[in-house]
Design a protein around this ligand. Sequence first.
Ligand SMILES: *Cc1c(COP(=O)(O)O)cnc(C)c1O
Length: 354
Amino acid sequence: MQGKMNIKKLVKKDVVSLRAYSASEIPCRVKLDANESPCGFDEALKAAVLIRTNRYPDPEAKALKKLIARDFRVRPEQILQGNGSDELIYYLIATFGGPVLYPVPTFSMYGIIAQAFGEKKIAVPLDDAYDLDAAAMLTAVRRENPKLIFLASPNNPTGNCFASERILPLLEATRGIVVVDEAYQPFASDRGFLPLLKDYPNLVIMRTLSKIGLAALRLGFLIASPEIVEEVNKVRLPFNVNALSQAVAVAALQEKKKLKESIKEIVGERDRLLSAMAMIEGVTPFPSEANFILFRVFGPDRVYRALLKKGVLVRNLNDAAPGCLRVTVGSPRENTAFLSALEKIQQQQRQEQS
Ligand SMILES: *Cc1c(COP(=O)(O)O)cnc(C)c1O
């Protein structure tokens, strides 16, 4: 075959119409766009010297699973490791297929991966308080019989937890799997859904190390019944979590005190940011149980650009959540830089209008 070839004609229809997840690197002084932690675990990198580069990593990530099992009071057979929880979403959809049901706005990967597999997507809008629309979700469960329901709680980008009185009826009504994505659970005030695992054989909990200071490692895991883990494990690529990440994660997760303190500081800073943002005229922050804050402004595109001009990068969510931007809780200095930039921008706008 020579000459011009239309590659697009070869690609599956569902993939042609996808857009690649854009995680573009925009240069900035204060990076508050990706819900990363301001606190790293660079000491733990020393553990990497122990690995042998010529050997494959442990395909079962045994040391890591043992630690996680102890921390979460589950058995190692209840844990499956992923190259980030993104990969676990991929594996879950590869295992169970669709339809795939989720509320919107939410984490975009559920829809992107469902589409990549050519599975039917069912997106049900959240209610006005950004909680699950219980009636609409139940109707969708009964009508579409989804194989998978993805619920991020705390939800990204809205920051709130869904009411458990709205999640439980879904767990009971569905004949499929309910995945509660607890990427932000460490920052939340309630306990999350782990205690319910023993009561619901169709419940899967997802966790990640990405939001608590280890995003570079790409490490997520799911916790479920051994039966579910066994099935999903069949589609897992043999060495999906590399040796460097395994070794560094094991070291970092043993720094319990540092983990706890960094989370405490972020929660404190989040609450400081929330009250300060609420005082700025024209800014409406939404309550958050996560390490970020969604906020509404007039002219979000303009505010986004003005913040960037002052060196502060946030996430523009005007498409998914009209009028809204999302700021990650950073270090105290970064948060103060963000606040003073936002204050100035709003002040300037008021002057221009008067
Ligand atoms: C960031 C995020 C993830 C992705 O986690 P990785 O482990 O980095 O792949 C999963 N779910 C939600 C809701 C997130 O916001």
